[in-house]
Design a protein around this ligand. Structure first.
Ligand SMILES: Cc1cc2nc3c(=O)[nH]c(=O)nc-3n(C[C@H](O)[C@H](O)[C@H](O)COP(=O)(O)O)c2cc1C
Ligand SMILES: [Mn+2]
Length: 455
């Protein structure tokens, strides 16, 4: 199993040629990459897209690497049904990184005076995007007290040759690290790696406790330590086998306009005053591939973000309600939970556990175990037939949520809602569901009564 992006791409293309599409015609990073991906999504096609020629840049672009669970599962050699198990195992048994002194990403280096972000094929995807931006950069930063590394995706807005705006959600880990250093008047050293094995996305999107090393989780997912190089600038680590790495600093007490960008919420949101990164150095492999995750509400973003989120939410809810059956994130800020409810009040316990585990979460619907939570028709049926609003809805105003929720009154401050759509007092005591007796269903052979070919 390869542990870098290009190794994964080569293996996946070989084994699944129909899910890998090389585009030879030149495309414009402004809108055209997004247009091709959008048209394919409309046809329900989600191949990895490898753009060989991108206008104005020497780098080829790959996108849609995370577009299906199958691709991500293949990259770590598991069954797509086993994500929850595998992810929680990696969280519980992380494999620490290994420091190395050299690696493929050290093949080429561009120093401070030469760095020019414009060389990268940064995209504009949708009407309403403020500038070209990097979406698939994994930002690594070190907590100043524990020395522990944090990984996260953070959009980086092109602002000049060696300057980018960075969006760090208030309340998430990277923002906390930045705040701790800013309190001391110090800049935050970061590395940004672009073009990583898919396990990196799963690690960067870990939503659990502050201080857990996502590098260890990535190692756990890969089954071996990630190899990291110590940067010269501030000793910050970066992956030895990334395609492209930027080293830089986020300045303290500096805010400039950032955004808006068309986001995973489905809206152009998040215009505000935000910190700025100064890029000091770039490392890259020979023939480096620029990885992109199409900005906005596309499959790729939703699929990759949902895998760690569902694993973590399941675990958090299970500690409050041991009989939780399944969890599903069908849309931004929303969660559906199914459980075998033993006692009244457990649906509410699950809601509170979920809200505590994931800040972005705003609406939770809890249903009984007889509902397939991946079928939204069934979920709405349960809400329609098992809920009374005055009794079954809890509302928690004034809680920290997503800064990208356009319905929030103050930025990032939202009202959380839980809908208890379980049968009351219990499923067994509730009105019986329509069901033809099983014995009759098993006995009766349809083709003895009906000629199906004629229908
Ligand atoms: C493609 C992509 C882009 C993202 N961009 C941002 C961003 O610009 N700012 C942000 O705060 N979170 C962004 N996220 C979500 C964070 O990476 C995610 O919430 C992560 O768990 C935060 O990690 P942290 O709490 O360790 O900082 C993005 C996620 C994806 C998949
Ligand atoms: Mn984190």
């Amino acid at each position: 199993m390869s542990t870098d992006l290009r190794g994964f791409l080569a293996a996946y293309e070989k084994a699944n040629p129909k899910e890998f599409c090389r585009i030879k015609n030149e495309v414009d990073p402004q809108y055209e990459v997004a247009a091709i991906l959008t048209k394919l999504e409309e046809l329900r096609k989600l191949p990895i897209l490898y753009y060989e020629k991108v206008k104005g840049s020497a780098f080829p672009v790959v996108t849609n690497v995370y577009s299906t669970k199958k691709k991500i599962a293949t990259s770590i050699n598991i069954d797509p049904k086993k994500f929850r198990e595998k992810y929680l195992e990696a969280v519980e048994s992380p494999i620490p990184p290994r420091i190395v002194t050299d690696g493929p990403v050290m093949e080429q280096r561009i120093d401070a005076s030469e760095v020019d972000l414009k060389a990268l094929p940064m995209m504009i995807y949708h009407e309403g995007d403020a500038a070209p931006y990097i979406t698939a950069g994994v930002v690594l930063a070190q907590d100043p007290e524990s020395g522990q590394y944090n990984a996260s995706f953070n959009r980086l807005m092109y602002k000049g040759r060696n300057k980018a705006g960075i969006f760090m959600t208030v309340g998430k880990h990277l923002h906390e690290i930045y705040s701790r250093l800013e309190d001391q008047g110090k800049p935050l050293p970061i590395t940004i790696s672009i073009g990583n094995h898919p396990a990196w996305g799963l690690g960067a999107l870990y939503i659990g406790a502050y201080g857990r090393s996502e590098l260890g989780i990535i190692g756990g997912l890969l089954g071996s330590s990630v190899e990291m190089i110590k940067g010269e600038l501030a000793g910050n680590l970066f992956p030895a086998d990334a395609e492209i790495v930027l080293e830089g600093f986020v300045e303290p007490h500096l805010r400039e306009e950032e955004g808006p960008f068309c986001e995973f919420s489905g809206y152009a949101t998040g215009k505000g005053l935000r910190p700025v990164v100064t890029i000091e150095c770039m490392h890259l492999r020979k023939n480096a591939i620029y990885q992109d995750i199409c900005g906005g509400q596309h499959r790729e973003h939703l699929v990759v973000a949902t895998i760690p989120m569902e694993a973590n939410l399941y675990q958090s809810i299970k500690s409050a309600v041991p009989t939780v059956v399944d969890v599903h994130v069908p849309a931004p800020f929303s969660l559906i939970v199914s459980m075998k409810k033993r006692f009244q009040g457990q649906a509410q316990s699950a809601m509170i556990a979920a809200f505590s585990a994931e800040m972005y979460l705003k609406n939770v619907i809890v249903v009984d175990e007889d509902v397939d939570i991946t079928d939204l028709q069934q979920v709405i049926w349960a809400v329609g037939t098992r809920t009374q609003a005055d009794r079954d809805i809890i509302v928690i105003p004034g809680v920290r949520g997503s800064s990208l929720d356009p319905s929030a009154a103050a930025e990032g401050v939202v009202t959380k809602m839980g809908i208890d759509a379980t049968a009351k007092p219990s499923l067994s005591a509730y009105a019986k569901r329509n069901k033809v007796p099983k014995e009759v269903m098993d006995r009766l052979q349809l083709d003895a009564y009906v000629n199906l070919d004629q229908l």
